[in-house]
Design a protein around this ligand. Structure first.
Ligand code: FMN
Ligand code: SF4
Length: 460
C-alpha cells in the first residue's frame, strides 16, 4: 500500500495528467458537466444501487447513511436506486421504496438536503418491474402478498412460460396492461416526479433497463402487442417512454431526466429476437427526441441474471450458514435455493466480468446523440475513467458495487490514479434476496479498506 508520500506523488501525476487533457480539450473527470439545466461539479457518479430503505419510518436516515458518503467524498452526481411509482406491484427486489405517496417522498427531504449540503446533485430513479417483479421469483414475498396482480406488457414468451411450468417462477394472477392501464401508469410516473421536485431532488432517472417495464416494452421478446404501445420497430414501441417523459415534464418541468438504455446482448441462445446494440442506439435517439437529458447505455440479458452486475460466482455468500434459511424462504425450499445457486453459477460463467463492459455500446450511442452519455458497469479506476472520457465513450463515469466496498471511494479516485478495491465477487448481492443491506461481505476487501482508512486515504 502506498504511504502518504506515494499518495502525494500520484496526486501530482493526476494533476499533471488533467492539465494535459485540458490542453487537448478533452474533458477531465474533475471538470463540471451539464445535464439539462443542472450543472454537476465533476463527471464522477454513483450509479443507482439498492439502499434497502423501503418505506421504513427511518427511510430518510437510511438514505442519508447510504448516499452522503458518495457526496461528501466528492462525487458530482448521486443516483438514488430504483423507487416504485405505484402503491403495489412492480417491486423487483426487497427494500425498494415506493414513491407514489407524496407524504413519504417529502419525508425524505432531510436526506436530499444532506446530500446537497456536500455539493453533489441527487437524482431519484423511478421504475416498475412489470413481469420481472418479486412475486414471480420470491416465494416468501408472494405468500405475504396474496392476491397480488403480476402485470405484463404481453402474454409471457414461451420460454418464460416453460419456467413457470417448471415452477422455477410463479405467477398467481397475471394481467396484461390495457392501453388505459399504461396511460395511467405513465401518469403515476408523472405524479412521483412531482413529489420528487417538491422534496428538492435535483433530477430524475428512469429505470429504463435491468428488468424494468421500459425494457419489456422496448424488447420484442416481451412486447408482442398490436395496439399503440406495440409494433415491429423500436420507434413504434417507444410510445410509453414518450408518454412518461411528457408526464414527468408536466409535473416537474425543472428537473432533468436521465434514463438507462438497454441492449439485450446477453440473452441466452434460445431467445432469438432480443434487442441488439443497434436497437439500443436507436432507443437512445428516441429518448433524446422525447426530451431525455442524459442516457446510460447498458448491455444486459432478458431474465434477471448476473448480466446487470457481472462478476464471479458468490460462493462465500451462498455457503454462509447465517443466510441459508432466508434463501430457502425466498426461493420456496432448500431444493429450489440449490437450483437458483446452480443457475447463478452458470450465469457467472456465461457472463463474466469485463472491465468497463458497456464502453463500446456507450461509444456507439455517443456518436449518435447530443445529450451526455453515462458509462457504468465494471468501471474501476481513475485511469480507466480518463480513458473513457478521452476516447469519446462517455461524458460521465459511474460505479455501483465499489461503493458498497468503499463508501468514500470518490476521495481516492478524484485525488489520484486510484483503483477500486471491489473484486466483483457479488458476495454483497445474493444476501439481498433476504432483505439484508448492501454491504461488502468479502473479508480481504474489507481488510484492504481498513488499511487504507488507517493510512488516511479517505480523509479530505
Ligand atoms: C445490488 C444492486 C442494486 C442495483 N440497483 C439498481 C437500480 O435500482 N437501478 C438501476 O438502474 N441499476 C441498479 N443496479 C445496477 C448498477 O447501477 C450498475 O449498473 C451495475 O451494478 C454495474 O456497475 P458496477 O460494476 O460498478 O457495480 C444495481 C446493481 C446492484 C449490484
Ligand atoms: S462483496 Fe465487496 S468486493 Fe464483492 S462485489 Fe460486493 S462490494 Fe465488491
Amino acid at each position: 500500500m502506498a504511504g502518504p508520500a506515494g499518495r502525494n506523488g500520484r496526486a501530482q501525476q493526476a494533476k499533471a495528467h488533467e492539465a494535459i487533457l485540458r490542453s487537448r480539450n478533452v474533458p477531465s473527470l474533475t471538470e463540471p458537466a451539464r445535464i439539462g439545466s443542472v450543472e454537476v461539479r465533476n463527471r464522477l457518479y454513483r450509479a443507482p444501487l439498492l439502499e434497502v430503505a423501503a418505506n421504513k419510518p427511518d427511510a430518510a436516515r437510511i438514505l442519508e447513511r447510504e448516499l452522503v458518503p458518495s457526496a461528501a467524498s466528492g462525487m458530482g452526481l448521486v443516483f438514488q436506486g430504483a423507487s416504485l411509482v405505484t402503491p403495489e406491484g412492480g417491486r423487483t427486489a426487497p427494500g425498494l421504496s415506493r414513491v407514489h405517496d407524496r407524504g413519504f417522498v417529502l419525508s425524505l427531504k432531510p436526506a436530499v438536503e444532506a446530500v446537497q449540503r456536500h455539493g453533489a446533485k441527487l437524482f431519484l430513479q423511478l421504475g416498475h418491474g412489470a413481469l420481472q417483479c418479486m412475486e414471480t421469483w420470491h416465494a416468501q414475498y408472494r405468500a405475504e402478498h396474496p392476491g397480488l396482480v403480476t402485470w405484463a406488457v404481453s402474454e409471457p414468451p414461451a420460454w418464460f412460460r416453460a419456467l413457470l411450468r417448471a415452477r422455477f417462477l410463479r405467477i398467481e394472477h397475471l394481467r396484461v396492461f390495457g392501453e388505459e392501464d399504461l396511460v395511467q401508469l405513465a401518469r403515476a410516473f408523472g405524479r412521483a416526479a412531482g413529489h420528487a421536485a417538491e422534496a428538492g431532488y435535483d433530477g430524475l432517472h428512469l429505470a429504463g433497463a435491468n428488468a424494468s417495464i421500459f425494457q419489456q416494452l422496448w424488447s420484442p421478446v416481451f412486447n408482442r402487442r398490436t395496439d399503440g404501445f406495440g409494433g415491429r420497430s423500436v420507434e413504434e414501441r417507444g410510445r410509453f417512454l414518450r408518454l412518461v417523459v411528457q408526464e414527468m415534464r408536466r409535473a416537474a418541468p425543472r428537473l432533468p431526466v436521465c434514463a438507462k438504455v438497454p441492449a439485450e446482448t446477453e440473452a441466452p441462445w434460445f431467445v432469438r429476437n432480443a434487442l441488439s446494440v443497434q436497437d439500443g442506439v436507436r432507443i437512445a435517439r428516441i429518448m433524446e427526441d422525447a426530451g431525455v437529458d442524459a442516457v446510460a447505455p447498458v448491455r444486459i440479458g432478458v431474465l434477471r441474471d448476473q448480466s446487470v452486475a457481472r462478476g464471479s460466482f458468490p460462493k462465500r455468500a451462498w455457503d454462509d450458514l447465517r443466510f441459508q434459511s432466508g434463501y430457502a424462504r425466498a426461493f420456496g425450499s432448500q431444493r429450489k435455493a440449490r437450483l437458483v445457486r446452480l443457475a447463478n453459477a452458470y450465469a457467472a460463467r456465461r457472463i463474466p466480468f469485463q472491465p468497463a463492459w458497456n464502453a463500446s455500446f456507450c461509444k456507439a450511442v455517443k456518436r449518435e446523440v447530443g445529450v451526455p452519455v453515462l458509462c457504468e458497469g465494471g468501471v474501476r479506476s481513475r485511469a480507466q475513467m480518463d480513458a473513457l472520457l478521452r476516447d469519446g465513450a462517455c461524458d460521465l463515469a459511474g460505479m455501483a458495487r465499489p461503493l458498497y466496498a468503499e463508501p468514500w471511494l470518490a476521495r481516492r479516485i478524484l485525488r489520484s490514479d486510484a483503483e477500486a478495491l471491489c473484486q466483483a465477487c457479488n458476495n454483497c448481492t445474493i444476501p439481498q434476496v433476504n432483505g439484508l443491506p448492501g454491504v461488502c461481505r468479502t473479508p480481504d476487501v474489507l481488510a484492504a479498506r481498513g488499511a487504507l482508512e488507517q493510512q488516511g486515504a479517505y480523509e479530505p
